[in-house]
Design a protein around this ligand. Structure first.
Ligand code: NAD
Ligand code: UDP
Length: 319
């Protein structure tokens, strides 16, 4: 039985990865300090003999017993309000955290896959974004703590690959959504759906002309699984190229939820990228991967999930 360590395993993406690797017959070790995650995302796995949970901060020395084939480093605050609230922890998990994972991988002879992000492209001057684009990031702006941590994470991972011959994989994840996102994490989809469910107007930042391209979580997990098992060590974009303005996205959520509320404009956060769309030529060619779930279908599944949460969760503040 292959053994995989998933850091950030109690988070949105990490918990879906735990499910996938369990389904594929792996022994899964999830490690998480629960700073932005939720133990309920993985509780359904606790009874399994091939699942273990380690409550631990990855930025501190890490060790797990036994052999290890793969490490997936997904621990990191991921939403703007999270990483603005805990900027130093964000920088630490993207630097000390990945250093610990790479060290553990050398000891165990494991392959490492890191969760990088479309944020390495910053507010991009090239559109759509291919992996060759180096990005346009403000290192000292509010988003710099996340973007630069992720850029450092790519650099150190590549250095371990080049200088130590470690097997490494880098996935650049574009905006992904689905069940188990936190309703209060401030990202646009849970924000809009939460507002619709509470009977509040939907807050569009700026004039809503900025774009994003939203990928359903199952498609992302499939891409990550294929990349891990591939022999490609350079960054690969995984995302859904279907691009939409945030204003149009708000209108879609109004239609989906049937709310009587409307869109209201609020200030645009500093350094908010104006456009974002993945160029997935590489993922198609190397992994034979492309997204399968339409936004209409993915949003319906996600809305059903949020609608069925206990009502008090609608009113829980982020921190
Ligand atoms: P999330 O907040 O739901 O999950 C992150 C998990 O990491 C949480 O469970 C959190 O408790 C844990 N964590 C954070 N710091 C830790 C530490 N020091 N030690 C141990 N655990 C720690 O966010 P997510 O959306 O699931 O994102 C997961 C990963 O994917 C992140 O690395 C994020 O940067 C990356 N990513 C996500 C998206 C997206 O659209 N969801 C896009 C690009 C990149
Ligand atoms: N956004 C918005 N209203 C909200 C939350 C976010 O208009 O209540 C906008 C935000 O300014 C950004 C886009 O939606 O332009 C996506 O934001 P999110 O935080 O989901 O992801 P990111 O900016 O990291 O891509």
């Amino acid at each position: 039985m292959k053994r995989v360590l998933i850091t950030g395993g109690a988070g949105f993406l990490g918990s879906h990865l735990c499910d996938r690797f369990i389904k594929e017959g792996y022994h899964v070790m999830a490690m998480d300090n629960l700073i932005t995650g939720d133990i309920r995302n993985i509780e359904h796995l606790f009874h399994l003999p091939n699942f273990e949970f380690y409550h631990h901060d990855v930025s501190k020395y890490i060790h797990v017993p036994g052999e290890l084939d793969y490490i997936l480093h997904f621990a990191s605050p991921a939403s703007p309000i999270d990483y603005l609230k805990i900027p130093i922890q964000t920088l630490k998990v993207g630097s000390l955290g990945i250093h610990n994972c790479l060290g553990l991988a050398r000891v165990k002879g494991a392959r490492v896959l890191i969760a990088s992000t479309s944020e390495v492209y910053g507010d991009p001057n090239v559109h759509p974004q291919p992996e060759e684009y180096w990005g346009n990031v403000n290192p000292i702006g509010p988003r710099g703590v996340y973007d630069e941590a992720k850029r450092f994470q790519e650099a150190i991972t590549m250095a371990y690959h080049t200088y130590h011959g470690l097997e490494t994989r880098i996935v650049r994840i574009f905006n992904t959504y689905g069940p188990r996102m936190r309703l209060n994490d401030g990202r646009v989809l849970p924000a809009f759906i939460g507002q619709a469910l509470r009977g509040e107007d939907l807050t569009v930042f700026g004039d809503g002309s900025q774009t994003r391209s939203f990928c359903y979580v199952d498609d992302l997990v499939e891409g990550i699984y294929r990349l891990l098992l591939s022999d490609y060590a350079y960054p690969v974009n995984i995302g859904n190229p279907s691009e939409i303005t945030i204003k149009e996205f708000g209108e879609e959520i109004i239609k989906l939820t049937g709310t009587k509320q409307k869109l209201v404009l609020k200030d645009l956060p500093v350094d908010d990228p104006k456009q974002r769309q993945p160029d997935i030529t590489k993922a198609k060619a190397i992994l034979d991967w492309e997204p399968k779930v339409s936004r209409e279908e993915g949003l319906r599944i996600t809305y059903d999930y949020f609608k069925n949460l206990p009502e008090e969760e609608l009113y829980t503040a982020a921190y």
